[in-house]
Write a new protein. Sequence first.
Length: 386
Amino acid sequence: MNKQDEQQKRSIFINNMLESSIRIGLLFVLVVWTYGIIKPFIIPVLWGAIIAVALMPLTLKLERWFNGKRGLSATILALLGVAILIVPLVLVMGSIYDGIVAATDLLQDAESITLPGPTQRVADIPLIGDKLYEVWALFSNNMAQAISKFMPEIKGAISAFAGVLGSGVATVVMFIISLLIAAGFMAHSDSMAEGVKRVSIRVVGPNGEAWASLIAATIRSVLLGVVGVAFIQSILVGAAMFVFRIPAAGLITLIVFFLAIAQLPALLIVLPVIVYVFSYMDTTPATIFTVWVILAGLSDNILKPMLMGRGVDVPMPVILIGAIGGMIAAGIIGLFVGAVVLAIWYELFTTWMKMPQEGASDTTGNTASNRTSAGTASGTGGASEQ
């Protein structure tokens, strides 16, 4: 009878194990299949959520102006964002097209191209002065020979530029789609926020709503501390470019903006411009331009501590490290994801550190109990001796 019961239990266990394995396997296949279906939409939807969280305070302000019409406010913000993306793109693309046409016409008749020769100040530049002077002199004396000599490098630069340009256009299109998705999120923000809170409470527990608020505040902090600083820095550098009438000032300003978002120094693009300015401009205006753009290029060191981490109970270095590390690991979207993940880990760590140590309390209690018992025993012993 016992053997029969054991066999029956074993049979039931094996059947349950097989059935559970099949169900888990089918669920895994379903998850993988679902991920493959929604994968093309993950990045635009994630960006839409980030943009919606960042712009929600502004949407609520516009809602008051439009008598509570949140959908209209969200639509206006989305269309304004699309215009901000499209107008500079059209201007830059037009400028690039004109430049390509002009360069093509010049290259077809390279013998007629005249380039002013370098001055002695170019040769006096530390480290690169002699080489730069030699190359510049070759282009100014014999343009056709110089183009023929550097043709492989020119072709490589054109290919790389075309790849960057195509990637930039694709990124702008993706952001336009994300803005439209963000408009939908903002128009239905109440129901979306309620859904996020329910999921957070389901996953985290009673503190889920606080975690959701922390995520939203971190996203706004990164947007202000990274994108906001990049915008201010590019405006400062761009103003110098336009005031001193530097060629391709708009394109240089755009490059500075993307470098700042990528947490790369603006001086990477500014220093070659300074060399160019000193090659043809008088010393006084060239010095003023140099001081202006260097101060603008270093302004992020002052702006980031002021703007990063505002409205978040997480130290600014934690947010900054998360943003930079996330960007290195996952690209631009990692700026936000990395900061959010590190902020959550910081809060988890601080919460854990504030928890009372059960072992320590038990030990303290046992020690106190032992001391009381010892005191009682000694008192009893003393009384018996008397």
